[in-house]
Design a protein around this ligand. Structure first.
Ligand code: HEM
Length: 228
């Protein structure tokens, strides 16, 4: 029992928490990206989809309940992911100070730094994104809670497309984070071995690029007048 309670304090425990919470977000992002592509089917379809997220599971669930259940999964997953990232970094820093660990590979450090700074940037982006499209406060010019299609188009068209550019920069950070994160997840779950390393690296890139490219299509299409 004590062993189980101690598990999250171990390096492997934290890595498993990072991998599982990261996998939850990967699933959420894949679903969110595919859902966003409905914007190319027009306002009616896109708004119907956003409405459908709230009526999902009716009449067993009440209006909005499925969305809240999803939030009860993704929000704690994000909290655990950030907690594990911070405490793992602290453990790594302590290990680096110790005289037993003399050398670390430079590229491993670069990946670690990109994960930390990219992670902070993505966290700030999520706050901006929620204010922009979910709450419609401060950063949206004409938010209408009943018209998500309008919110996305007007939100990207506003302020000389600066919000759209912010999204594209965040998506570049997301692609690096997803690549390193997916690759680390494979390692933590023990999937990599000499035979599969190359294929798993390619798979990690494919996951990262397909999700971010799918997201990027929306702001790019608004900027180039394909939708709007
Ligand atoms: C171009 C890219 C994106 C677009 C157009 C977009 C669009 C939207 C829209 C319209 C909503 C509100 C949905 C509604 O209330 O009906 C939303 C919610 C949300 N998005 Fe995005 N999104 C994008 C990228 C992202 C990314 C990269 C992340 C995470 C890193 C993300 C995380 C979220 C979260 C957490 C919510 C709140 C869901 C909720 O609890 O209601 N989105 N997004």
């Amino acid at each position: 029992m004590v062993g189980i309670l101690h598990f999250p304090n171990t390096t492997i425990g934290k890595k498993i928490i990072m991998a599982l919470s990261g996998a939850i977000w990967l699933g959420f992002l894949a679903g969110h990206m595919v859902g966003n592509l409905k914007i190319f089917m027009g306002a009616e379809h896109f708004n119907e989809y956003a409405h459908g997220l709230r009526t999902l599971g009716e009449p067993i669930l009440v209006y909005g309940q499925a969305l809240w259940i999803a939030r009860l999964v993704v929000v704690p997953a994000l909290v655990l992911h950030v907690w594990a990232a911070i405490t793992l970094s602290l453990l790594n820093m302590q290990a680096r100070d110790s005289k037993y660990v003399q050398h670390r590979k430079l590229n491993a450090n670069a990946a670690q730094l990109s994960m930390i700074f990219g992670g902070i940037a993505l966290f700030l982006f999520i706050i901006f994104h929620l204010m922009h499209f979910t709450l419609g406060v401060l950063v949206h010019p004409s938010f209408n809670p009943n018209d998500p299609y309008h919110n996305v188009i007007a939100g990207f068209q506003s302020y000389f497309y600066i919000p759209a550019v912010i999204y594209l920069i965040a998506l570049a950070a997301l692609s690096l984070h997803l690549y390193h994160g997916t690759w680390s997840m494979f390692q933590t779950l023990g999937l990599n071995n000499k035979t599969y390393t190359k294929s798993l690296r390619i798979l990690a890139w494919l996951v990262a690029i397909s999700i971010t490219a799918g997201f990027a299509l929306v702001p790019l299409s608004v900027m180039f007048g394909v939708v709007g």
